[in-house]
Design a protein around this ligand. Sequence first.
Ligand code: HEC
Ligand code: HEC
Length: 429
Amino acid sequence: MQFSQRRSAAILAISTLVLVAMMGLPVQAQLGSPLPNLAPVESKVFTAGQSQFFRLWGVQEGFGPVSTDGGCSRCHKQPVIGGGAARLLTFFGKTNPDGSFDQLISEGGPILQPLSNAPFIKSGLCTLQGEQIPADANAIDKRMTAPLFGFGLVDAIADQDILNQVTFEAVNYVSDGIHGVANLVADYKGVIRPGRFGRKAQQPTLLQQVAAAFAHDLGITNPLVFPEDCPQGNCNIDPNCVDNIDPNVPNNNNTASGGKGIFAIADFPRFLAPPPPPNLTGNVLLGQGVFMATGCNECHLPAYQTPLQVFYDIDLNGTQFGPSPSISNQTVGLYSDLLLHDMGVKNKSKFPANTLITGQATNSQWRTTPLWGLGVRTAFWHDGSKKDIPSAILQHSPDGSGEAAVVIQRYQALSPTDQANLLAFLSAL
Ligand code: HEC
Ligand code: HEC
């Protein structure tokens, strides 16, 4: 490069910087792209994880014998892969006459896996059927696929910051009746921690949520979730329906794998950039004010901050990488306290606490849904039952019960202009 060329390149670079500074906006990643500022090794594993997340799995890789679908991207795909979808998962169980709850594991519960390996077995000898909801199930719940943008940042939020928020709410939001609680669950090392993933915050780490999805959605057991989900509860699995599993395939529960497969697939959501923050001008800016004044922020906490130096495990022996340049000391603008709130009698799930899909959350408790990326969602609420944002807001307390009651009364008393501005803000998230 000649000197003059270099100088004009430098001037161009400086003027771009000035332009960005003038607009007051940091350079933002597009939905579906990796976090900016990844370490070289992080870029590499993001790309590798992306291909694992995008692909469909084969029977020789331990897929099935029953499953919900062929790969993560079959559900997590809107508006780009890594997002959510209106697609639902079905859970079933049984409430006994004495009030106790049976997850119906003996009949294939609590997660319905409607697909069987039969169509993928070349010999044609597998006649296994996909699961059906058994006749004695009287508790059926549906949950909608959630988006995974920015999940490495969510994973990195310090436990203590989440626990401090419990105290903060108990002290400051008494008059509004808001007091979130942490879903305290064991991580894979046996440490009790605040859960943060899943619609009931039932999983404490990204790795565990990924391992659970691997095992229960794809049927691929792994070192964190190793019991096979027996098709309709029948653990006597026809050998014609499974293929010999290569011990070197990274995704099964054999010792050779060391859990490489679950770490690899977790690298995709870990380094997936969060949705870009809203451009705070005009109605959107006014709507932000309404959001705060109404008290939506009391549960939908605008942001957490990750610790100054974040290290994360890269294998099951506890080997760590860090400090990660992309994840350390970042603002996580998720609009959620990651805590459980009592959402009242009209929002009770059929599942009580202490099941595979709830952790400590009772039937009326739900994790505050992160609102970042709200503008690109096509259905709302844990079960996808709400088709637009205003109906989702009213569903917080349709009958005046639950922790959101006071805030929702305030919302209903807003002028049409304030409600419209609030909607403009939410749609820009
Ligand atoms: C059949 C559809 C389906 C498939 C396939 C699927 N998921 Fe999900 N995923 C869901 C649903 C539904 C939820 C919400 C579940 C809940 O609340 O417990 C979810 C939740 C998650 C979450 C937590 C989201 C949150 O808001 O905390 C993560 C992480 C995740 N899935 C990762 C994966 C990975 C990795 C795979 C592939 C191994 C996968 N999923 C396959 C439907 C699916
Ligand atoms: C008491 C805590 C609390 C308050 C106050 C609260 N929310 Fe929520 N919000 C939640 C919880 C919990 C959920 C998840 C409920 C579910 O899916 O069952 C949620 C879900 C939502 C959703 C649906 C998101 C999705 O993708 O499904 C929207 C939109 C929303 N809240 C907006 C608001 C607005 C706007 C306000 C203020 C008027 C508000 N919330 C006040 C706790 C709260």
